[in-house]
Each structure stands twice: as structure tokens, then as C-alpha cells.
Design a protein around this ligand. Structure first.
Ligand code: KG4
Length: 338
């Protein structure tokens, strides 16, 4: 009989439930709250938790119905334990614990960003050693994996995450939240005419910095407003994108020169970015290094990726007790510590 895992995601503003059976995705239900948060210009943590609590039951029912599976047939229950919003994470974990306790099955705590990396297994098997480019609204990291379930952070942001920077720049340009896609679309029709500073330009390492770039764009827009000058929004978006994504490409090129890398994988919300998805494979083709790009539905949060990683964790018997708590700041290299 095939092993079945039910997985829950609730780290931010998407409630997700997925069911996987020996690698085959039987259901992947996602309920997004984005419209509710748009009016605040960002995710309101309290509202997110309340909506997860309201939606989780419906998502569970829908997933079981879609997969044509009964709860009694599930072999293990997995959920995101962190990183994410504390109240939002609690909703998924409590639901997951209750199910695992009721059906006397293993409880599997899953690291959200590790799951974003493993989402690429829906495209093709991971090849090691691997370099994962983890770029989202809350994180910007280069993660080196010499084998399955071995995560080493070799570079990270010193301040803001790249997605957060996109969202803040979008706000000052009067674009809707989340700002990544609107900026990306404008950048594709604009020309990079604005001369923006390149953060950590002479840095030899693999770290990132986005707060200086963000402040520079905000000041540029405010100064122009004060002087009554017109901003060319498409050209500014193109200039910003070139620097923001250019920093990621630069760090990856440095890292693949310094470490043996068989494959580069993109992970997280910003891996939907058109420039990153086209330019990075072009640059790495010169070095014969393939790039896996997650399908667009995997760039946003969902539980399919939680289920995918949970299958590996199940094989390693990485199970938790029922006193498990969430960890909003869980580090990827601590994924066995809970
Ligand atoms: O992975 P995710 O949901 O973030 C966290 O869970 O932290 O990704 C959301 C982030 C947002 O900041 C959004 O603006 C950004 O990903 N994003 C993009 C694009 N699409 C989404 N950033 C740049 N280009 C895009 N096409």
C-alpha cells in the first residue's frame, strides 16, 4: 500500500492543505487571503491568524474530497513549524497536532524555506551538490546542500529581504501590494536609465543588503515630488530590478566559482521574477550549470511543498512529540531541532 501524508501550510497569508502519496500529489488546496491584506498594504498578522482559523477546516475537507482519501488512511501529518508569523503558524500546528493525536500517527514539523527548495522536486529530482537561491518576502539566502537534508547558509541578507524591498519600493511608486509582480511587469517595458547605487559592490562574500537601495529609491521619489519633477515609473522599475536581481545573480556566480555545484535551484516568492528566471540560466549556461525554476504555482505558498519535504523527513523518522511549538525564526540548518 502506498504511503500517504497530509500536509498543512499556514505561515503567512495562504492556508494550504495537500495530500501526497509516494510522490504523487493527490490534492493541493490553497485559500489565499491576499485581498484582505491588500487594503492595509501588507499582511496584518492578527487578521491572518483569524482567517487561517476560519479556513483551515474547509481546506482540509476540500483536500480529502479532491484526493478521495479518508483521514483514517493518512500515514503521517505534517505542517509548517516556521519561519513565519507566530499566530498564523499556531493555527496550522494545532490542527496538525490534533489530527496526529486523534489518528495516532507521526507528527512531522517542516521548515518552510527548506520546503520551498524541495518544491523543485515537482520539476525534476534534486542533484547534489546544489546551490539553492532562497528569495522571498521575508528571506534572502544562498543555501548550499552537499546532500539531501543538509542545509548550509553561505550567504544571507544583512538587513531587508529582497521581496520586502520590492514591496516597499512598489508602495512609494503607488503600485499595489504585493509589489513584486507590478514592478516586474513595468520593468519589462522600461529602460534602466536611473543610476542606482549597487549595495555591497566590492564585497567578496555572498551576503546581500537591500535597505540602502530601498532608501535611495524612496528618497529619489520624494525629492522629485518636492521639486515637482516627473518620475518615469517604468524606467525606475527597470533600474531597480536590474540592481535588486543583479545582486542575486552576482552572488550566485561568485558561489559557483568557489563551491562545486551540480545544480542551482530557485526557491520562494521572488523566484517568480522574470529577469531572475531568464538571466540566471543564461549566465550559468556558460558554466554548464543547470538551473531548476519552480513552476509558478510553487513560487507562492502552498502545502504541496510541505508534503514533498515531509516524505523525506518521514524516511528519516524526523517526528515530533505533542508538546511541539512553532518557531517564527527557525533557521534552516536547525531543521532537526524542535
Ligand atoms: O515566498 P513569499 O510568499 O514570501 C514569504 O513568504 O516571505 O513571496 C512573496 C514575495 C513578495 O515580497 C512579493 O512582492 C515577491 O515575493 N514577488 C516578486 C515577484 N512575485 C512575487 N518579487 C519580484 N518579482 C516577482 N515577479
Amino acid at each position: 500500500m502506498k504511503m500517504k501524508i497530509l500536509a498543512i501550510e499556514s505561515s503567512c497569508d495562504e492556508t494550504g492543505v495537500a495530500i501526497i502519496s509516494d510522490g504523487a500529489l493527490l490534492a493541493n488546496i490553497v485559500s489565499t487571503q491576499i485581498e484582505m491584506h491588500q487594503k492595509y498594504g501588507g499582511v496584518m498578522p492578527e487578521v491572518a491568524s483569524r482567517l487561517h482559523a476560519e479556513n483551515i477546516g474547509v481546506c482540509l475537507e476540500a483536500a480529502l474530497e479532491k484526493a478521495q482519501v479518508k483521514l483514517e488512511e493518512i500515514d503521517a501529518f505534517a505542517c509548517t513549524r516556521g519561519p513565519g508569523l507566530i499566530g498564523a503558524l499556531h493555527v496550522g500546528l494545532q490542527a496538525c497536532k490534533t489530527l496526529a493525536m486523534l489518528y495516532q500517527k507521526p507528527l512531522i514539523p517542516v521548515h518552510h524555506l527548506a520546503a520551498h527548495i524541495y518544491a523543485n522536486e515537482f520539476v525534476e529530482p534534486l542533484k547534489f551538490p546544489l546551490l539553492a537561491v532562497v528569495v522571498s518576502g521575508g528571506n534572502t539566502e544562498l543555501v548550499y546542500m552537499k546532500e539531501h537534508l543538509h542545509f548550509e547558509i553561505i550567504g544571507e541578507t544583512k538587513d531587508d529581504a529582497v521581496g520586502e524591498c520590492y514591496d516597499k519600493v512598489a508602495r512609494v511608486l503607488g503600485l499595489p501590494y504585493p509589489g513584486g509582480l507590478p514592478i516586474d511587469k513595468l520593468a519589462q517595458v522600461g529602460t534602466p536609465t536611473y543610476d542606482l547605487p549597487i549595495p555591497l559592490n566590492h564585497d567578496k562574500g555572498y551576503d546581500f543588503s537591500y535597505s540602502g537601495l530601498k532608501t535611495h529609491v524612496i528618497n529619489l521619489v520624494h525629492n522629485a515630488e518636492q521639486k515637482g519633477e516627473q518620475i518615469d515609473v517604468a524606467n525606475l522599475a527597470a533600474s531597480f530590478q536590474k540592481v535588486a536581481i543583479g545582486m542575486i545573480i552576482d552572488r550566485v556566480l561568485k558561489a559557483v566559482n568557489d563551491f562545486p555545484v551540480a545544480q542551482v535551484v530557485l526557491a520562494g516568492g521572488v523566484s517568480a521574477n522574470s529577469y531572475l528566471r531568464s538571466e540566471l540560466p543564461l549566465q550559468l549556461a556558460k558554466k554548464n550549470i543547470p538551473v531548476i525554476r519552480p513552476p509558478m504555482w510553487c513560487c507562492t505558498d502552498q502545502a504541496a511543498m510541505i508534503a514533498k519535504l515531509a516524505e523525506h523527513l518521514y524516511q528519516e523518522k524526523i517526528f515530533a512529540n505533542f508538546d511541539l511549538g512553532v518557531d517564527p525564526n527557525w533557521q534552516i540548518d536547525d531543521y532537526r531541532k524542535f
